[in-house]
Design a protein around this ligand. Structure first.
Ligand SMILES: *Cc1c(COP(=O)(O)O)cnc(C)c1O
Ligand SMILES: [Zn+2]
Length: 415
C-alpha cells in the first residue's frame, strides 16, 4: 500500500512562553525566553494516513512515522536502519527483582550502539534539509558517534567536542566516521560552552541536547514504537536513565500526539528518571519539589550518558514526572557496576552502565512498593555494553602455552 509520504509539521512552539515560529527556518532555542522549542504537527491530517493498518506495511526505521516527523522531502530522510529495536522479556532479572512483567527495550542495537542514533538521525536530516553543511556538538560520547555517522551519511561536516576522559572507543569511532574530534578538559557542559562561543563564527550549527527542536523528535519514536509493540497500549512504568532528558521529553510528547491521533487512550505510564548518585541534578530538584535543576558540582560517574550536570529541559522532564505520578531516583556507581554485570550475564544482553542503573532503580522501586509485582515495567536499554570495555571488574588469567601444568592453572583460576 502506498501512502502519501509527507510530514505534517505545522509550527514550532516555545515550550515555556508559547511564542511560535515558522518551522521552515533554522531554529535553536526561543529567542524571547531562551527555553526549549518543540515541533507541532497537524495531527488531524497526520491521523488520516498514519494508522495502525498503514504502519504494518512500513519499514522499521525512524521515518515510518513520517507524518509526525519533521523532514518534508523524503530525499533528506537519512537512515542507517535505526529504530525498530526489540522489546525483550527480562525473565531472570524480573524474578530476581520481583517484577513478573519486566521488559527491556534494547536500544543498544541502533547504529553506533545507542538510542542517540534516533535523535541525531532526525536532527541531522532536518538540518540538512534546511541547508546546514556543518554541525558541531558537545557530547559524553554516544551523541558524538551518532552525529558523526549521520553527518557522514549526509555528506556533511562533523565537529565533535567530548570530555578528555570519555571512553576511547567514542573518540576512535568519531575519527573513523570522518569527524573532527576535540577533547575538552572538563565535562559536557564545558564542551557545550566552547561550541556555543566558537561554533557560529565558523558556520557550525549547534545540535546540543534540546537546543534545537529536532533531536527530541527522533527520540520520541522510542515512545511510538513502544506503544506499537505493545498493541497500542502503554506500559505501567517506564524506567529511563536520564542525562539531558531528551528521551523522557520526546516520549512524553509522543504519547500526547498519539492520543490526539486516536492511536492510544489517556492512560500514561509512571515515568521514572534514573541518575547516578555522583550526578543527580534532576533527582535533587524533583525531591526538593522545584521545577528547575541547578548545576551539579563535581559530577562524577562511570555512566557517561548520565554525566550531565545541567539540563536546559529540566522543567520539561520534571513536569513529565509530576504529571505521570512518576519519580526520580539516584544509584551509586558501585551498584551501577554490579547491576550492569549482573544483568548482562543473567539475560545474555551486554548492557551499558546507564542501563544497569535503570535495572537497579527498578529493583529499589519494587522494594519501596512504588512498583507492584504485576505491573508491566519497561526499562530503556539506552546503550550497548560493547562500548564499555572499562567496566571489567577483575583481570583475566593468562595461560602459558609451554607450561606443563597449564591444566592446574585453569582449574585454579575459577575455583
Ligand atoms: C545520552 C544517554 C543517556 C541519557 O539520555 P537523555 O535522553 O539525553 O537523557 C542514557 N543512556 C545512554 C547510553 C546515553 O548515551
Ligand atoms: Zn519562549
Amino acid at each position: 500500500m502506498v501512502t502519501e509520504s509527507r510530514s505534517w509539521l505545522e509550527i514550532i512552539e516555545c515550550s515555556n512562553c508559547g511564542k511560535t515560529y515558522d518551522p521552515d527556518q533554522l531554529l535553536t532555542v526561543c529567542e524571547a525566553c531562551g527555553k526549549v522549542l518543540l515541533a507541532r504537527y497537524d495531527l488531524v491530517a497526520a491521523a488520516r494516513t498514519m494508522t495502525k493498518d498503514s504502519l504494518r506495511e512500513r519499514e522499521w526505521n525512524l521515518w515510518r512515522y513520517h507524518e509526525i516527523m519533521p523532514v518534508r522531502d523524503p530525499q533528506h530522510r537519512l537512515t542507517l536502519g535505526e529504530g525498530g529495536t526489540p522489546l525483550l522479556a527480562a525473565p531472570t532479572m524480573g524474578a530476581e527483582l520481583g517484577l513478573s512483567h519486566l521488559l527491556l527495550k534494547d536500544e543498544g542495537r541502533n547504529p553506533t550502539g545507542s538510542f542517540k542514533a534516533r535523535g541525531l538521525g532526525a536532527a541531522v536530516s532536518r538540518a540538512r534539509e534546511l541547508g546546514v553543511q556543518a554541525i558541531a556538538l558537545p557530547s559524553a560520547g554516544n551523541a558524538a558517534a551518532a552525529a558523526s555517522a549521520y553527518l557522514a551519511r549526509g555528506g556533511m561536516e562533523a565537529v565533535v567536542f567530548m570530555p578528555q576522559d570519555a571512553p576511547e572507543i567514542f573518540k576512535a569511532e568519531c575519527r573513523a566516521l570522518g569527524a573532527r574530534v576535540f577533547l575538552v578538559d572538563g565535562l559536557i557542559n564545558d564542551a557545550g560552552k566552547i561550541v556555543r562561543e566558537n561554533g557560529a563564527a565558523r558556520g557550525w550549527f549547534d545540535v546540543s541536547t534540546l537546543k534545537e527542536p529536532y533531536r527530541a523528535e527522533g527520540k520520541k519514536t522510542m515512545g511510538i514504537e513502544l506503544a506499537e509493540q505493545l498493541g497500542w497500549e502503554l506500559p505501567d512504568a517506564i524506567i529511563y536513565p536520564t542525562g539531558g532528558g531528551t528521551g523522557i521529553v520526546g516520549m512524553w510528547k509522543a504519547f500526547d500526539e498519539l492520543e490526539q491521533m486516536g492511536l492510544i487512550g489517556s492512560r500514561r505510564p509512571k515515568m521514572v528518571v534514573v541518575q547516578a548518585a555522583g550526578c543527580a541534578p534532576i533527582v535533587r530538584a524533583f525531591e526538593q519539589g522545584v521545577r528547575h535543576a541547578d548545576l551539579w558540582e563535581g559530577a562524577e560517574t562511570i555512566a557517561p550518558g548520565m554525566r550531565v550536570p545541567i539540563a536546559i529541559g529540566d522543567y520539561l522532564i520534571i513536569d513529565a514526572l509530576r504529571e505521570s505520578e512518576g519519580t526520580a531516583i539516584a544509584i551509586p556507581d558501585d551498584e551501577i557496576l554490579s547491576m550492569t554485570n549482573r544483568v548482562s550475564a543473567a539475560e545474555g544482553l551486554h548492557i551499558s552502565p546507564e542501563v544497569g542503573a535503570a535495572f537497579a532503580a527498578a529493583g529499589q522501586l519494587r522494594e519501596t512498593g512504588f512498583l507492584r509485582e504485576d505491573e508491566r515495567v519497561v526499562v530503556f536499554g539506552t546503550g550497548s555494553g560493547l562500548l564499555h570495555t572499562d567496566l571489567v571488574e577483575e583481570g583475566y588469567p593468562v595461560l602459558d602455552p609451554n607450561d606443563p601444568n597449564v591444566g592446574t592453572a585453569i582449574d585454579e583460576a575459577y575455583r
